[in-house]
Ligand binder design. Structure first.
Ligand SMILES: NC(=O)c1ccc[n+]([C@@H]2O[C@H](COP(=O)([O-])OP(=O)(O)OC[C@H]3O[C@@H](n4cnc5c(N)ncnc54)[C@H](O)[C@@H]3O)[C@@H](O)[C@H]2O)c1
Length: 423
């Protein structure tokens, strides 16, 4: 099939490259000219294992990129993969969705062929039917039912995104007309996964609820971890025993510095905001965010109890990305920690294997180093914020510090003399 994808960010580019690998003809429409230019040269504008290889394999063959919406006129369906960032009040900002939907409508004005518009971005229930569809219909001026709509939420994990595309736990397709559902389902031919078909709004809600539940597991584990630490019990032993219960599952029970990234914080906040707009008080969801907001900062409090006043102290921060295997720092737990260190007058010595540059756009005033060893040299203390597997090998490097004051926010180190946030 011929597929257009609006927005070549993490979701759009991975989806496009993987659909090309499945044998479809894909056109990416990306408004950021610089990003489109980079992709056109076969380079992934962000780090994602396996993505660049697919890009190089398909670009200028069955995968193309441009800034032009006119390119979608030759497609059978168009996926919307633009961002849905949080508004100041926590609700989802649908600006990019509205603008993309309007541009799709205008481009489809000139053609009469059937077309399916598929929302892949994470959007509040009702958005595809009440925001996207009217904007597309208004722009296109077509009222003959030849444009159909579907919602196909994305569940990929950054750092495992390509693998997740080809081996998903499930594929969710929401639509109002069967024909749209069958068309979208056929795009995934060759992928062995349960297919869940629902109405548009249920598909939109499935994504929010999945992320809210995973975030809840993390905050729950962190709260239990904080209690276990006081009791002198290893929370990882506890959660291993708990997670083997098939009703619970062993995933997302790792206590630590809390969740970050481009999805969990914003999606839980959007669900809270949605619930409140209808007069509900979502107490569990609010607690999930409250636990998360305070969790990472416990590391700074621990640090102060180890070395006292942080003013003028050199603190190495190892790991800046919100998780391993990505250079994405959006809502990384390293951000509130670094901010808190800076506010206390500490001198931050930061290192991440691939996210130094991304973090330097947020904190241009701190020092970045090319290796953990350099960041640790002469440091008064060290905070570990990301579970990069290579950190598990660190040991003698810590001897370069003034003293081995090491606090882990993720359970990754194997060396002696460390203290964990919850263990
Ligand atoms: N990143 C993830 O891990 C992930 C996982 C699942 C779902 N999602 C959801 O998918 C959506 C996209 O997330 P992302 O991380 O890929 O965002 P992103 O910011 O990385 O990418 C969005 C891209 O859309 C482009 N864009 C914006 N407006 C446009 C327009 N009108 N026309 C063409 N291009 C436009 C931007 O320039 C950007 O490159 C969000 O709703 C997000 O919540 C993200």
């Amino acid at each position: 099939m011929r597929i257009s994808i609006i927005g070549a960010g993490y979701v759009g580019l991975v989806t496009g490259a993987c659909f090309a690998e499945l044998g479809h003809e894909v056109h990416l429409v990306e408004i950021d000219r610089e990003k489109a230019g980079v992709i056109d040269r076969g380079i992934a504008p962000f780090y994602e294992p396996g993505l660049e290889a697919l890009l190089k394999k398909h670009i200028h063959r069955t995968l193309a990129v441009s800034c032009e919406y006119q390119e979608i006129t030759g497609s059978d369906c168009t996926f919307i993969c633009v961002g849905t960032p949080p508004s100041p009040d926590g609700s989802a900002d649908l600006r990019f969705i509205r603008s993309a939907a309007h541009s799709i409508g205008s481009a489809l004005k000139e053609v009469r062929d059937p077309h399916t518009v598929v929302v892949k971005s994470t959007v509040p229930p009702g958005t595809t039917g009440a925001v996207v569809a009217p904007a597309v219909m208004e722009g296109s001026g077509r009222q003959d039912g030849s444009i159909t709509f579907a919602m196909n939420p994305e569940f990929l994990r950054e750092g495992r995104a390509v693998e997740d595309f080809f081996h998903p736990d499930r594929i969710v397709i929401g639509c109002s007309k069967d024909i749209a559902c069958r068309k979208v389902a056929s795009l995934y031919d060759g992928i062995d996964a349960p297919m869940v078909t629902t109405g548009l709004e249920a598909a939109e809600m499935i994504k929010y609820v999945s992320n809210a539940f995973l975030a809840t597991k993390i905050s729950f584990s962190n709260e239990i971890g904080n209690i276990c630490k006081k009791l002198g019990i290893d929370v990882y032993e506890v959660m291993k025993g708990v997670g083997l219960d098939t009703r619970i599952s062993p995933h997302f029970l790792n206590a630590g510095a809390g969740f970050g990234g481009s999805c969990f914080p914003k999606d839980v906040s959007a669900l809270i905001s949605l619930a409140e707009s209808m007069g509900e008080n979502p107490r569990i969801l609010k607690s999930v965010m409250e636990v998360n907001d305070s969790q990472a900062l416990r590391m700074v409090t621990m640090l102060e109890s180890c070395i006292g006043d942080l003013c003028g102290k050199q603190v190495a921060v190892l790991g800046l990305a919100f998780k391993d295997d990505t250079d994405d720092v959006r809502d990384s737990r390293a951000i509130p920690v670094i901010q808190s260190l800076v506010d206390r007058g500490a001198l931050v010595r930061a290192f991440d294997p691939i996210a130094n540059e991304a973090m330097s756009r947020i904190f241009p005033g701190i020092n970045y180093y090319g290796s953990a060893e350099e960041a640790l040299t002469s440091a008064d203390a060290c905070l570990v914020m990301t579970e990069w597997p290579e950190f598990s090998q660190l040991d003698l490097e810590f001897d370069r510090m003034k003293s081995r004051v090491i606090i882990e926010g993720r359970r990754i180190l194997s060396c002696r003399g460390k203290e964990g946030i919850c263990w």
